[in-house]
Design a protein. Structure first.
Length: 254
């Protein structure tokens, strides 16, 4: 993905990583459109950040995605980058099925079915562009599980394998598939998480991501240094130790 000269749609970008990345990409010379469910947030973003386009979209709703895609493509026929940013993360207790099933279904709908529907809505258009990119967003937890968030971990692992698979299918077309793999970042993904000193500051994360896109335009995976501890535990042979560290456990069970 080239760092500038693109027209980029980022659904799920009214806050957190999505908004910060959208603004950073705009600053690099791209036309950026952000999407989200809450009209008041979209109006505030448009007022505070001149030049940013906005469109209402609920990525849990197939009809909303279809409507938003038609609007974005009508207004921006040169669109060549889709960033499937929307996501939710919830704590679940799988020892009590009555407490986790609704959360699990909602998480999979947002984190997996949403990106699938978004890609379906735009991939035909993107293949007609001379140079296009689909950027998926997985997580370090796709590779090392956090005990408290099983459905989030699973949905992000599925996004990783989806990215790997559609990259194979789109080989030979104009569409690149790039997977962004965040570590824990200080956002409101979980309550109070924006103050978590163990997580990476948002501005540092986005600065490093933009630098990686700029220096490695052909990268298949965007990995800041902090995520590699999670991403490569199995390859390094210390997976059990990484899982224990992430979950605050003794790797020897003591």
């Amino acid at each position: 993905m080239n760092i500038s000269g693109n027209t980029i749609f980022v659904p799920g970008a009214t806050s957190g990583i999505g908004l910060a990345l959208a603004l950073a990409l705009q600053a690099k010379g791209n036309t950026v459109i952000v999407g989200g469910r809450r009209t008041e947030l979209l109006e505030r973003i448009a007022a505070e950040h001149p030049g940013i386009g906005t469109v209402r979209v609920d990525t849990t709703d197939a009809a909303s995605i279809d409507s938003a895609a038609k609007q974005v493509l009508a207004d921006h026929p040169d669109l060549n980058v889709l960033v499937t940013m929307a996501g939710v993360m919830r704590v679940e207790d799988w020892r009590d099925p009555a407490s986790f099933l609704a959360s699990a279904e909602s998480t999979v709908t947002t984190n997996l079915l949403g990106p699938i529907r978004l890609i379906a809505a735009f991939v035909g258009h993107l293949q007609a562009q001379p140079d296009a990119t689909i950027m998926t967003v997985s997580s370090g937890l796709a590779f090392t599980p956090l005990k408290a968030t099983p459905s989030y971990n699973a949905s992000k692992a599925a996004i990783h394998m989806l990215s790997e698979s559609i990259r194979l299918q789109l080989a030979g077309t104009s569409v690149k598939v790039v997977e962004l793999e965040p570590p824990a970042v200080r956002t409101a993904l979980l309550p109070g998480h924006e103050d978590n000193e163990q997580a990476m500051p948002l501005d540092e994360f986005v600065t490093e991501v933009v630098g990686l896109i700029e220096s490695r335009p052909d990268a298949r995976e965007i990995q800041v240094e902090r995520v590699k501890f999670l991403r490569y535990g199995e390859a390094r042979g210390d997976y059990d130790q990484v899982v224990a560290a992430v979950n605050g456990a003794d790797p020897h069970g003591k």
